[in-house]
Design a protein around this ligand. Structure first.
Ligand SMILES: [Zn+2]
Ligand SMILES: [Zn+2]
Length: 310
């Protein structure tokens, strides 16, 4: 049972959604996790106790804990509103223990109140799949024709938000994955097909959620002049070399790193208005390894969620 520090709350975990980042951490693809480590950064739970200076939430309040666990608020990035790039940032389930657990602690300043209309299991995927996806969507600017590469937990949420904003959605999946393509159409994609085949119209932005570097040149090929490719994952296989022609005409490639609290507040306000429905596959906490394995092999639609409290 962890003890909350000054600005932390002790949380009785109800559910924790499973992120692709968790897979990258357990398979050693990310630099320097704290060890030993409890992973998990899409936590929904109830406040059980609070540190001396933690007064933001009432005892028993339901809150959500995201990937961004702490920042210094003073570095050159924080001062420019880019706390997602903070040089001293600490991340949930990476630098501090996360939510694959019955209890965890979190800095209250980085927790969110959750929209009441969402049950715990349906709220959890909003906390990273939703938030990082939302930041990627923001970086797509006013793109009308939006390509989503990899139709998993993030894309299935962002497709709904994008449709709500009046954008046109094109979904691109692994070649032959007709199940995911069907799923994408059911959430408002006007076209769904194979990622290596260009969509019927050029795209204004392509968001890449799959950790596959080869999708970068494929997405560039699908872009209209002036368009942007946004890589939304924390890890990706190497990007193959490609002809400068693909980048020419002011096309751009960029990544998305982490989230700001503003991204979180905004998405959690929009989600119930859409309303975003999250497709979830629940697993008991003891089956966490099965959930990770099923994620690695694309065995479910939407997001896996570990259910902790009975
Ligand atoms: Zn995540
Ligand atoms: Zn900072």
């Amino acid at each position: 049972m962890p003890t909350p520090a000054e600005r932390q709350v002790l949380i009785r975990v109800s559910v924790c959604a499973v992120c692709r980042t968790d897979l990258h951490i357990v398979s050693g693809e990310l630099g320097e996790p704290k060890l030993p480590l409890t992973i998990g950064h899409m936590i929904v739970g109830h406040v059980e106790a609070a540190g001396e200076r933690a007064h933001r939430f009432e005892p028993g309040a339901r809150i959500g804990v995201p990937w961004l666990g702490q920042v210094d608020e003073t570095c050159r990035f924080c001062r420019r509103g880019l706390e997602n790039l903070c040089v001293n940032a600490r991340f949930t389930g990476y630098d501090v223990d996360g939510g694959y657990a019955e209890y965890c602690v979190a800095d209250e300043r980085f927790c969110f109140s959750l929209p009441e209309s969402y049950e715990d299991v349906h709220a959890a995927p909003l906390l990273c799949a939703g938030l990082i996806g939302y930041r990627a969507l923001r970086l797509a600017g006013d793109a009308q024709r939006l390509g989503l590469y990899g139709f998993g937990d993030s894309a299935h949420i962002i497709a709904q938000v994008a449709r709500y904003q009046g954008r046109r959605v094109f979904a691109l999946t692994s070649p032959g994955d007709t199940k995911k393509q069907e799923f994408a159409r059911s959430l408002g994609a006007e076209w769904a097909g194979d990622s290596l085949t260009p969509p019927p119209e050029p795209l204004d932005a392509a968001l890449i959620f799959a950790p596959v570097g080869a999708l970068v040149p494929a997405a560039l090929k699908a872009l209209d002049p002036g368009g942007v490719v946004v890589c939304a994952g924390i890890h990706m296989s190497d990007i193959p070399s490609f002809s400068y022609d693909l980048l020419w005409m002011e096309r751009q490639i960029r990544s998305v790193a982490n989230l700001t609290r503003r991204d979180g507040e905004e998405l959690l306000q929009i989600a119930p208005k859409v309303p975003v429905h999250t497709e979830v596959k629940p697993y008991p906490l003891a089956e966490a390894n099965t959930a990770l394995d099923d994620l690695a092999h694309g065995r479910f639609e939407g997001a896996a969620v570990l259910t902790v409290a009975s």
